[in-house]
Design a binder for this molecule. Structure first.
Ligand code: PLP
Length: 399
């Protein structure tokens, strides 16, 4: 998903603006900054592009998730439902605020299965957090209906899916809160950075204050501001925000290239018996950052993945064995390996993941192959790649 592949003059000019003034911080120093407020500019652009009233830009996508949970008042002992297939940041952000990550099976959308979500709800559940992995979304209408019935918050992790849509709305804007990552390998990047979006003024104000030590941001004397509640530092720097100001303007250009490359790869696999594409729920449009498909068995998927590597078809992932993105390798969570003592609510409330049954997730993940879609490939390269991909998959299916 790398916006960094097309890092160019616009990004450099934005960074130079910041360097020329010497003000690298997003708040204060009004007289010195030559009128640049890059973080604020990026917030305005993100809110406009995502069609929400508010955006808060933060130091990372992980920070965005943590701040979003805090901003909505989630805390110690509250349960947050999340999928078995996601990046470790999902449970890190939940644990960071003393809440409990409740892992739930995925389905053929590769994110939360609404039936499994419904079964996992308890009196402690406060949030449902679908993660739009690899560019596509969960069945959001079903999840929203569940949240409405049980009075739960819908928090969309759209870190890997910026620019995708659901029922015509940008991903991240459909739920109560949505989060993006602008780390170095996302569709658009700040180097490091993230954002949360919402239409809820209270959540936004909380996020604005909480991410800057609880400062109320009233008036122009930072030292005289008061602190309505305790906060933390999740601020982005002006240098990182400056890169984002250039990249956000290029989001649609990047999405268009991703779609072209994705379509060539997908067309090459279409019609091969035994290949089934990941389900995109009705009303959903991917951001085309990955092409995901299932093969008939885990054994065939393993063989195909190995053969792809040997044939030089790089950036094809087999997530089932991945250390970062699938619950099977999250022993540090399962065993609650922590540096210091964790809140008692987590120790008492964390389900025993050593005995959990996620065989429904395994049935999908074990068969999944994902091809990353790069922006810097030429059309000829994509075509060559698509041909090779199809021939390796065909051979694996016949083996
Ligand atoms: C789905 C998902 N959520 C959250 C994050 C965290 O983002 P960051 O790296 O900006 O902290 C990532 C990053 O890879 C991600 O893929």
């Amino acid at each position: 998903m790398p916006g960094f592949e097309l890092f160019g003059e616009a990004e450099k000019a934005q960074v130079q603006d910041v360097l020329d003034s010497g003000v690298l911080m997003r708040y204060g120093f009004d007289g010195m900054r030559n009128g640049h407020w890059k973080a604020k500019e990026l917030e305005k652009a993100v809110a406009e592009r995502m069609q929400t009233k508010y955006a808060q830009v933060l130091s990372s996508g992980t920070a965005a998730l943590t701040v979003a949970l805090q901003a909505a008042g989630i805390g110690a002992g509250d349960e947050v439902i999340m999928p078995t297939f996601t990046f470790v940041a999902s449970f890190e952000s939940i644990l960071a605020i003393g809440a409990i990550p409740v892992l739930v099976d995925i389905d053929d959308t590769l994110t939360l299965d609404p039936l499994a979500v419904e079964k996992a709800i308890t009196t402690k559940t406060k949030v449902v957090m679908p993660v739009h992995m690899c560019g596509s979304m969960a069945d959001l209408a079903a999840l929203k209906a569940i949240c409405e019935t049980h009075d739960l918050l819908l928090l969309e992790d759209a870190c890997q899916a910026i620019g995708g849509t659901y029922e015509g709305k940008p991903l991240g804007s459909y739920g109560d809160l949505g989060c993006f990552s602008f780390d170095f390998v996302k569709t658009i990047t700040c180097g490091e950075g993230g954002a949360l979006i919402t239409n809820n003024e209270n959540y936004y104000k909380n996020a604005d204050h909480y991410s800057d030590h609880g400062h109320d941001h009233i008036g122009s004397d930072r030292g005289a501001e008061s602190h309505p509640f305790l906060g933390y530092n999740y601020r982005i720097s002006e240098l990182n925000a400056a890169v984002g100001c250039a990249q956000v303007q290029r989001l649609d250009e990047f999405l268009q290239i991703q779609k072209q490359h994705y379509t060539i790869l997908r067309d090459a696999l279409t019609g091969i018996e035994g290949v089934r594409f990941r389900r995109v729920p009705d009303g959903g449009v991917e951001n085309y950052s990955f092409l995901n498909f299932f093969l008939p068995t885990e054994d065939i998927a393993r063989k195909a993945h190995k053969a792809l590597g040997e044939s030089g078809v790089d950036v094809c992932f087999y997530w089932f064995d991945n250390n970062w993105h699938y619950y099977r390798k999250w022993q540090h969570l399962t065993n609650l390996n922590t540096l210091g003592k964790f809140p008692q609510e987590i120790i008492d409330g964390l389900p025993d993941y050593t005995i959990s049954d996620f065989s429904n997730s395994d049935a999908w993940m074990g068969r999944t192959i994902s091809s990353l879609v790069k922006l810097s490939w030429t059309k000829e390269e994509v075509k060559r790649r698509a041909k090779l991909l199809a021939s390796v998959i065909n051979a694996a299916l016949k083996d």
